[in-house]
Design a protein around this ligand. Structure first.
Ligand code: AMP
Length: 124
């Protein structure tokens, strides 16, 4: 079934994680942000950073979130990148949005990938 990227789905996996209905391995949490390990890591370091608010992707997050939420999000990203083991030689941030990007979870999330040379920006 096609993913609906127009209306927030309270049953999406990350909404369930935020409600404590599914487990996660947390690496950072504050009032506005949760960050946890990706369950299918694409690199030795693969962390997902999500806002706690109900945002589908980067566009509605940056359009509708409060300044406090947006600042907390990006400060958390910087803190995680400063403090994670295995990230000393660089990292890549990816935010998929919509079908062509490969987004499968319709709750805004940022991938932090690191721990090996990550190769070209996109597959050929
Ligand atoms: P995207 O394709 O950008 O929507 O990425 C979604 C990511 O969520 C994928 O990298 C999945 O491996 C990851 N994922 C899906 N379910 C879980 C889960 N329960 N815990 C942690 N990561 C998950």
């Amino acid at each position: 079934m096609a993913i609906d990227f127009t209306t927030y789905d309270d049953d999406n996996i990350f909404a369930k994680i935020l409600r404590g209905e599914l487990p996660n391995t947390t690496v950072h949490e504050d009032d506005h942000v949760l960050a946890f390990l990706d369950i299918v890591p694409a690199a030795p370091v693969h962390v997902l950073v999500i806002p706690k608010g109900r945002y589908i992707a980067q566009d509605d997050f940056h359009r509708e979130a409060s300044d406090a939420e947006i600042i907390a999000f990006w400060r958390a990203v910087a803190k995680i990148c400063d403090e994670l083991d295995g990230i000393e030689d660089g990292h890549r941030l990816i935010a998929n949005q919509g079908g062509d990007s490969g987004q499968v979870v319709p709750h805004f999330h940022l991938h932090i990938l690191a721990g090996k040379p990550l190769g070209p920006l996109i597959a050929a």
